[in-house]
Design a protein around this ligand. Sequence first.
Ligand SMILES: [Zn+2]
Length: 146
Amino acid sequence: MLGTLAKWLRIFGFDTFYANADISDDDLFGIAKKENRVLITRDKELIQKARRENLKTVEIKTVDLDEQLTQVLSDVDVDKNTVLSRCTICNGILEDIKKNDVKDRVPEKVFSNNDVFWFCPGCNKVYWKGSHYDKMVNKIDKIKKS
Ligand SMILES: [Zn+2]
């Protein structure tokens, strides 16, 4: 239900586990406990169950992405240095890669406009600081100020 939020939390550098719909509540709670995760959900029943298990929870009450991010991030310190440190697809930690090594893996225009690249060792996706990056940093600034 919160796939877009999960993607953004990864962009902000949070270690984010996104549960698919077919995972059981018990399995979900097991993972949350073992890996000391905060459960973020819009499911009221799930929140109540999780609280009985003494799990940390954030109940999302809106479908608006900006409000969701504000809700989650207002209590958490966001370090701008962690922006773009995690893969938005698989949650892997991004590693530096030499410009020459991405020549055949990114569009020509991206290659000529950027000097710094990262890649995900998990799924091989290549990242660079595009216009997206500025948008993200602006978003953090906005959230932190409001
Ligand atoms: Zn990845």
